[in-house]
Design a binder for this molecule. Sequence first.
Ligand code: SF4
Length: 488
Amino acid sequence: MSIETAIGLETGQPYPYSRVELVEPDWTRFPGWKDVTAEDWASVQWQRAHCIKNVKQLRELLGDLVDERFYADLERDQAERATMSMLVPPQMMNTMVPHALDQGGPSGPGSLTDAFYADPVRHYMIPVFSDRRTDWSSHPHATRDSLHEHDMWVAEGLTHRYPTKVLAELLPTCPQYCGHCTRMDLVGNSTAVIDKLKFVGKPNDRLGDMIDYLRRTPQVRDVVVSGGDVANMPWPRLESFLMSVLEVENIRDIRLATKALVGLPQHWLQDDVVEGMSRVAGVARSRGVSLAIHTHANHANSITPLVADATRAMLDAGVRDVRNQGVLLNGVNADPHALLDLCFRLLDGAQIMPYYFYMCDMIPFSEHWRVSVADAQRLQHHIMGYLPGFATPRIVCDVPFVGKRWVHQLADYDQERGISYWTKNYRTSIEAESADALSRTYEYYDPIHTLPEAGQRWWAEHSDLDSSALKAAEVAEASRRTAALQAW
Ligand code: SF4
């Protein structure tokens, strides 16, 4: 036992901190990778070529270590529920059941089934039908573009929601697809239940239009360069776009969004990428622009030595900071210990700054992952005080038509019906003419299965209404609350 653990236990702290060394799990424990060498593993080409994309490939990897019932469960999910197609790089796959088949453990047919079902990374990367709710699998207000980003496009793929910052969706693909993806409307291949939206413009025209908008909009100072995942853009094209952004006088912050730093760190360790990042970071530094990477890890098991190496390579190349934006998910991390384990693994092991945990957005079939605002508030309370203040993540709710709000910032909360009411202090790009943009309330909805009986009954009764009648009842309630707030 480490000294820190001993101190934690002696003082009876609810969370007993202990420093944990990062480990790359042994990928040869999986039958399909028993002959894979360290050289193969380090190769981004090998990783991309051996992603798990379907049930057949998963079966070839795991064989009979996992029961047929799991594969059937997965097939049913893909046919009836999945909003994202399957794409799991070996690096991510290897962080599932990391201790399975350790010496002395069970290793026969079916021996991995229970552990695989329970695994937190599997829960969001390879969702199965039995994971999902059967009562309310989707919230009545779930939508494909739950944040209404497309409504705020000022050029195709360029969302202008906040006063001084924009989100540039450069491309609609990633090296890995997360089951809970908030951009499920656009990102990835179509699934049996979701036909994906396609960009209409040619890639070069779209990027040119984005740069034009930045040039003619001096109030924008901050660009989140995202997708999808920028790791899927050929480096020369990404570098050229970033250099164009750096030429725009008003831009002071550039943040690159890439889950691949965690899911496919081999990408960010390639020589041409590291050298290219060094050039971009050099120009950024000379112009006083902060260049950062934002990644997306949801569980401590995802943080391995290769993730730390890739982060180090980016920091050495001149990136000012690498920050983590996780998603709060039931079955994955919606527990104070899991959140703190992840934050310490990020900070101590990989020099990644814990930054945000987003509540899972209201997309279709996500109810089993979502938590209520009240639970998110409790989690925020429980994780305070252990990490340095600068590395204590905020749990945020991305409220439709509003944007990120800390979970304690709500204006009102009907806990029986699970409706929270939020206000904002700026106009989005679609509200220039709106008289009540700064005074009205906006709603966010808790998962119905988490509500008290009376609330569940209310939703059951009102779910018979067509959506416009439901909306009218809620608009009336929201107006009443807005008036009450204004009076106050
Ligand atoms: S990496 Fe991000 S954009 Fe890509 S599937 Fe996952 S959540 Fe969606």
